[in-house]
Design a binder for this molecule. Structure first.
Ligand SMILES: Nc1ncnc2c1ncn2[C@@H]1O[C@H](COP(=O)(O)OP(=O)(O)O)[C@@H](O)[C@H]1O
Ligand SMILES: [Mg+2]
Length: 250
């Protein structure tokens, strides 16, 4: 079903040679269990920073993130296997095959090899990668590599899925296909995984999110939008929502 995420007045500052940079200022939002929330905004509006804080690899300067009563940074290891992330760069290991890369998270969790192989093969089948188990990343297209990265995340059956511009490097045709597959996957399951999807692409944000948070640079949330069901199948209304977001960012 997924775990809820509470982001409470989170500010993150970085010290640099020239002083202090405020990457995000008082981000405050909740993501309910099973909800899919997108965060959209231009480069430098704090998207990757908040993702790293929820993932527990960065700590907030002030405020806190609470997941299931725990704090991702302080209780990092308690979240093993519960939070999975997909990034813009596929981050695959070039000396591992597609299946070995996809099974990496399971391996870290101590899942035996034959079960790893079985679960990876199931996901490869779903994501159109069957037959490529033994291919190396450099033999695959960008879209296929990103599917391997998605498999690596999905196959651990996480409570929380974080995606940072996961389709951002791909050509539009491949990205559209992956978005559609992604939507049918998250809609298909029993209970949905709690998902935070980060993007600079307004259309993508509206297509994927149940709710859209809009951030501007320097990182400040300036709008919160409930996305009506089926919006992206209604071009006129989609355009209205798109214009609202664009205007708020101007
Ligand atoms: N490790 C860091 N050190 C210094 N500044 C950083 C660091 N990480 C991010 N920033 C700054 O914080 C702001 C937000 O960055 P980021 O979260 O990467 O934005 P986005 O992902 O939306 O492009 C930017 O101004 C960026 O330069
Ligand atoms: Mg980023």
């Amino acid at each position: 079903m997924g775990l809820p995420i509470a982001v409470e007045e989170v500010t993150k500052e970085f010290r640099t040679d020239d002083g202090t940079v405020t990457a995000i200022e008082e981000f405050d939002f909740d993501i309910e269990a099973g909800e899919v929330v997108t965060l959209v905004g231009p480069t430098g509006c704090g998207k990757s920073t908040i993702l790293s804080i929820i993932l527990g690899v960065l700590s907030p300067t002030s405020g806190e993130v609470v997941v299931d009563g725990r704090r991702p940074y302080d209780d990092f290891y308690s979240f093993r296997g519960e939070i999975a992330a997909v990034f813009q760069e596929d981050r695959l290991l070039p000396w591992r095959t597609a299946a070995e890369n996809a099974g990496f998270g399971l391996e870290a969790l101590g899942v035996p090899e034959d079960e790893r192989r079985r679960r990876v093969e199931e996901w490869f089948d779903t994501l159109g990668l069957s037959g490529y188990e033994n291919a190396y990343p450099q033999e695959l297209s960008g879209g296929m590599r990103q599917r391997v990265g998605l498999t690596r995340a999905y196959v651990t059956d996480p409570e929380i899925l974080l995606l940072d511009e996961a389709f951002g490097h791909l050509d539009e045709v491949t990205a559209t296909k992956l978005r559609e597959d992604f939507l049918s996957l998250i809609d298909g399951g029993e209970g949905r995984t709690t998902t935070m999807f980060i993007t600079h692409d307004i259309d993508e944000a509206l297509m994927i999110g149940d709710r859209v948070l809009v951030s501007r640079s320097p990182g400040k949330i300036i709008d919160r939008i409930d996305v009506p069901e089926g919006l992206h199948e209604d071009p006129e209304r989609h355009h209205e929502y798109r214009t609202r977001i664009l205007d708020s960012l101007r």
